[in-house]
Design a protein around this ligand. Structure first.
Ligand SMILES: C[S@@+](CC[C@H](N)C(=O)[O-])C[C@H]1O[C@@H](n2cnc3c(N)ncnc32)[C@H](O)[C@@H]1O
Length: 286
């Protein structure tokens, strides 16, 4: 496991800034562009065409293959429940949860249908009720090794025996390629771009934010096994998100779209989404 940093330009600022990892609901919500009710809550179609894009399409396809309407499902860290609502609409039994209830909850119920939303911090608590399946989309990248252990222990206690946990990494694996790419190349690229822009009179500095953590597959699997789980499925998806963090590569693909296929080959070494499906095979003794 290693820390994952993101680099960006701070226009109009003089000094470089180190920014800490998001650690509360408001910071996560802001980073997600807010969870408030927008004009896209006009009706289902408007909501879907606005929000069901990019990684959410991958989530939707994966979930379609792996969840069923007869499962009692809890979604942890649901945010605005983009994927969950598609399934709730088809009578899947899904309870959503997050650190707080999003202000869009009532609008979501109005355009889809009634559903439950709980306040749950999975690092500190588990649920009284037990579920057949737990989903965590776009969450575990934010957890350190100890936090991942707490999370998995609390998920174990919230699941029935043989219950399933579906999570995605929302970060590429910790390997030599991603290490060179995000700790050396992306950092160097932003320094060069920043210097050029400053020379051209566009005053800026660099922000370095601790975004989360990168794990190898076997690190996640080992911690999960110690928390009473067995891996039953692992799939990789999305070979472009990490590549497009490079401003230079993004520009090249924008100007010469066929180059996308070349970069997808490179991106296959650092998939942004890794879906892990675990089965709870034992209760924790503690
Ligand atoms: C990147 S967002 C993902 C939201 C949504 N699942 C999605 O994919 O758009 C991460 C979410 O995790 C929630 N979160 C962070 N720490 C959490 C915790 N300890 N317990 C439950 N939710 C948490 C945040 O409030 C935020 O809504």
């Amino acid at each position: 496991m290693r820390k994952w940093y993101k680099y960006f330009l701070l226009y109009g600022e003089k000094d470089n800034k180190n920014i800490k990892k998001h650690d509360n609901y408001l910071e996560f919500e802001k980073a997600m562009g807010g969870y408030d009710s927008t004009e896209h809550y006009f009706d289902k179609k408007t909501f879907i065409s606005k929000y069901l894009q990019g990684r959410f399409e991958h989530y939707g396809k994966y979930l379609k293959k792996h969840i069923t309407p007869n499962m009692k499902i809890l979604s942890i860290a649901s945010g605005r429940c983009i994927n969950e609502l598609q399934f709730i609409d088809k009578n899947y039994n899904i309870t959503c949860s997050d650190l707080s209830i999003p202000t869009s909850y009532n609008s979501a119920k109005r355009i889809f249908k009634e559903f439950n939303f709980k306040v749950l911090n999975i690092l500190n608590n588990y649920t009284n009720e037990k579920y057949d399946c737990i989903l965590s989309l776009g969450l575990v990248y934010a957890f350190s090794e100890n936090e991942l252990r707490n999370y998995l222990n609390n998920v174990n206690k919230s699941l029935n025996i043989n219950g399933e946990l579906i999570l995605d990494s929302s970060s590429s694996p910790n390997n030599i390629i991603t290490l060179i790419y995000d700790q050396i190349y992306l950092r160097l690229e932003i320094v060069v771009i920043s210097k050029i822009l400053n020379l051209l009179g566009k005053k800026n500095s660099i922000g370095i934010r601790h975004h989360g953590y990168k794990f190898k597959n076997n690190e996640i699997v080992k911690i999960a096994e110690n928390s009473g789980f067995e891996l039953i499925n692992l799939e990789k998806k999305d070979y472009l998100t990490e590549v497009l963090r490079s401003k230079i590569i993004s520009k090249i693909i924008k100007i010469l779209p066929p180059f996308k296929y070349f970069f997808v080959v490179f991106g296959s070494l650092m998939p942004y989404l890794r879906f892990f499906k675990f089965k709870k095979i034992k209760n924790l003794s503690i």
